[in-house]
Design a protein. Structure first.
Length: 267
């Protein structure tokens, strides 16, 4: 196809992505092969795009991102005094809604991976993270992609969240290049990539490496046999959670904390 697509209206760009995928909505989880593109009179693709854009739009917020402060034992957010906690809860629920429908509206998630507008502040055991709208899309996509090897990699926790490519734009292009693949195919391919990285490792004991490879190969076999993708929920990994107003008020009383350098705790 000739010509640039980045200037097309967002709905037309996602519709184009759907047509190039040649996969009917809901068929990504099946490995029956690419379906024929729906007829032009079929309203389903437009309905899917509109649903995806509605769910993405719901991630927009009037709240401002809080500063992240580093104390003696943890990193915590300094929420503005005018922070709207009802709005924060609404966005949290919007993330859950997008996550629950992510298989259906996958093209919209991929399309918005590079969005930079602030969306949500998540909490971890000893840290915090401000997420843009694009970050939310990336985390949802990552949770689909890594299921074939998550919790089976040798090394530290960060190994479990590694992706075949780095950076939002690269991940977006990686997903777009696999528009004709099912989610099972994507998870198997990513798992095979993970195995290839383990084979290059030399630091852990060889027995540990072999065990990790065997466990991933076992999961790949189960994926292929079940022909159903594995998945997780946005707030069910990495001890990710959210804040409440009372807790934020307590955090605001802490002293001696300094602002975290931008990007230091980006995930």
């Amino acid at each position: 196809m000739c010509g640039r697509t980045d200037r097309l209206p967002i709905v037309r760009r996602v519709l184009l992505s759907l047509s190039l995928m040649a996969v009917a909505p809901g068929s990504l989880a099946r490995a029956a092969g690419p379906a024929k593109p729906p007829a032009k009179s079929d309203p389903a693709p437009l309905a899917v795009v509109e649903k995806g854009e509605r769910l993405i739009k719901a991630l927009s917020t009037k709240n401002r991102a809080p500063k992240l402060l580093e104390g003696a034992e943890l990193v915590f957010p300094d929420f503005p005094k005018d922070f709207d906690w009802k709005e924060y809860a609404r966005v949290r629920d919007a993330i859950k809604d997008l996550d629950a429908n992510s298989e259906e509206v996958w093209p919209s998630i991929v399309e918005h991976m590079t969005d930079t507008d602030y969306c949500f502040t998540a909490r971890f055991i000893d840290s915090a993270q401000n997420y843009s709208r694009g970050d939310v899309c990336i985390v949802i996509a990552r949770d689909w992609i890594i299921r074939g090897y998550s919790c089976l990699m040798p090394g530290g926790d960060g190994q479990q969240f590694r992706l075949p490519v780095e950076g939002s734009k690269a991940l977006q292009e990686w997903c777009q290049a696999r528009r004709n693949k099912t989610f099972v195919d994507i998870q198997v391919e990513a798992a095979e990539w993970a195995i290839s990285t383990i084979r290059k490792e030399h630091r852990p004991p060889q027995a540990l490496l072999e065990r990790s490879i065997a466990r991933i190969e076992e999961r790949i076999a189960k994926l292929r046999e079940a022909n159903k993708p594995l998945r997780a929920k946005f707030f069910e990994h990495g001890n990710m959670g959210w804040y409440v107003e009372e807790e934020a008020a307590q955090l605001r009383k802490w002293g001696g904390a300094k602002e975290v350098e931008k990007g230091r705790f980006e995930r």
